[in-house]
Design a protein around this ligand. Structure first.
Ligand code: 13P
Length: 255
C-alpha cells in the first residue's frame, strides 16, 4: 500500500523567524502521526533553520526548486548537492515556476534526473490551465507533461519519485477540483500514463498527490479516493491548525 503524504509548499512566505516558529508548532502537533509522511517545503533561506528544528523528528523537509547542474555560473540558483543535509524532497516544475520562470518539460526532466542522482526525492508537478481544461485538453496535456518529466528515467527511479497533479485553476482560488475529478485525473491520466510507460505494477507503487485549494474541510473526501495518495498544500500549510488537522484527517481515513 502507498503511504499517504501531506506536503506543505510554503511558497514565498515566512521569514526565518516565522519559519522556525511554524516548524516548531508543526513538530509539536504532528510529530507522532507516523502513518502519514509529513513534509514541509520552506523557501531556501529558511531551510537550514527549519531543518535544524526538525532534526531528529519524523517530519521531513523539502526545497521548492533546484538547478540541475552540480555547480557553476548560474547566478541565483541552488544545486542538488547544496541541498544535502537540508532537504530530502524537492518540488520540481510547479506551475508557478513554469508560468513565471519559464520552466519547461525539458528543464523539469533535467532537474528530476539530477535530483534522483543526488538522492533527493522529487515531487514533480503537472497540471492544466483553466483554458486547457475548458477546451477539453486536460488528459492529453497532463499526460504529455508526465511523459516529458519522466523521459529517460528508469522504472526503478520512477518508483522513488512523487507526482503531484495540481490543476492551475484550483491553485489558490478556493475552488478545489471535486474529489471525483481529482481522482479521475490522478488515476485515469497520471497513473495511467506511468502504467503505459512502465507497466501497471510499477505505476501502482508511484505516489500521486493532488494539489489545489485543499484544506482541513475537504481533505478527508479527497484522501478517501483510491488514486490520490496525498496532497501538496499551499495556503492551508501556512497555519499549524489547518496543516495538523489535514495530517490527522488523513491518518483517520487510512486507519
Ligand atoms: P493552494 O493549496 O494554496 O491552492 O496551493 C496549492 C499549491 O500550489 C501547492 O503547491
Amino acid at each position: 500500500m502507498r503511504k499517504p503524504m501531506m506536503a506543505g509548499n510554503w511558497k514565498m512566505n515566512k521569514t526565518i523567524d516565522e519559519a522556525v516558529a511554524l516548524a516548531q508548532d508543526i513538530k509539536h502537533a504532528v510529530n507522532d502521526i507516523n502513518s502519514v509522511d509529513r513534509v514541509v517545503c520552506p523557501p531556501f533561506v529558511d531551510l537550514p533553520a527549519v531543518a535544524e528544528v526538525l532534526k531528529g523528528s519524523n517530519i521531513a523537509t523539502g526545497a521548492q526548486n533546484m538547478h540541475w547542474a552540480a555547480n557553476g555560473a548560474y547566478t541565483g540558483e541552488v544545486s542538488p548537492s547544496m541541498l544535502k543535509g537540508l532537504a530530502t524532497y524537492v518540488i520540481l516544475g510547479h506551475s508557478e515556476r513554469r508560468q513565471y520562470f519559464a520552466e519547461t518539460d525539458e528543464t523539469v526532466n533535467k532537474k528530476t534526473k539530477a535530483a534522483l542522482e543526488a538522492g533527493l526525492t522529487p515531487i514533480v508537478c503537472i497540471g492544466e490551465s483553466l483554458e486547457q481544461n475548458e477546451r477539453g485538453e486536460t488528459q492529453s496535456f497532463v499526460s504529455g507533461q508526465v511523459r516529458g518529466a519522466l523521459d529517460g528515467i528508469s522504472a526503478e527511479q520512477v518508483q522513488q519519485l512523487v507526482l503531484a497533479y495540481e490543476p492551475i485553476w484550483a491553485i489558490g482560488t478556493g475552488r478545489a477540483a471535486t474529489a471525483q475529478q481529482a481522482n479521475d485525473i490522478c488515476g485515469g491520466v497520471v497513473r495511467a500514463t506511468v502504467a503505459e510507460l512502465y507497466g501497471k505494477a510499477v505505476a501502482e507503487n508511484v505516489r500521486v498527490l493532488y494539489g489545489g485549494s485543499t484544506n482541513d474541510k475537504n481533505i478527508r473526501e479527497i484522501m478517501a479516493q483510491p488514486d490520490i495518495d496525498g496532497a501538496l498544500i499551499g495556503g492551508a500549510a501556512l497555519k499549524v491548525e489547518s496543516y495538523a488537522e489535514m495530517v490527522r484527517g488523513t491518518a483517520e481515513v487510512y486507519a
